[in-house]
Design a protein around this ligand. Sequence first.
Ligand code: UDP
Length: 238
Amino acid sequence: MRIDVLGVGFDNLTMDEAVERGMELLESQGTHYVVTPNPEIVEVCRENTEAKRVVNGAALVLPDGIGIIKGAAMLGTPLKEKTPGIEFAEHIVERMAKEGRSLYLLGAKPGIAELAGKNLAEKYPGLKIAGTHDGYFQEDAPIVEAIRESGADAVFVCLGAPKQELWMARNGEAIGAHLLCGLGGSLDVFAGTVERAPKFWCDHGLEWFYRLCKEPKRIGRMMKLPLFLVHVRKEKRK
Ligand code: UDP
């Protein structure tokens, strides 16, 4: 059973369990997609019913950060731990490399997915990069065809939320890969063009603050975090 946080149902898993489940999906028949919502995405889902439907329709819904963990705890239904998309992705890549599987990287500015693929293939020998494409395209069809032809086992879809979630739900079946993961700005991190917060900040639930210091223009988006907490408090009172 999923744990509901303001209308989004989260899978209550440790990181190890989430990775295990991800690999099961990759090895099973059909197409499955994984989403990793943070409070900002939950707020988007409260306003956008299509985004909400698609997020809740994912095979795995993983809490990306400390905000969701805090929200779930405040509502009296705690989640086991945060399972950030980027860490989940790295574990999946490690397992895929051991099995010689292939990964397609879609998203970010031109050149970034390619660089991310090069770095991942160097770090995880055995991993096959089936192909890459930037995230600034007009039509889905040629991209869907390219991924399908590449024969990728998994696809990282990094177009920002809720664009990537809607994209995966719309195109997953036609792509044919078993596992699609919506991972926001992860390709920028794998490419090395954006730095993830150091471990101390992540361990203390301050990754959002580190990001804000590095990219002050995110302030508008981050105002959704206090709004999320206000909504959680209201929900708790009900
Ligand atoms: N992006 C994209 N196509 C778009 C809009 C965004 O490929 O039409 C990329 C953008 O370049 C970035 C990622 O999507 O690499 C979104 O990053 P953001 O920091 O917003 O994601 P977060 O990790 O905060 O969810």
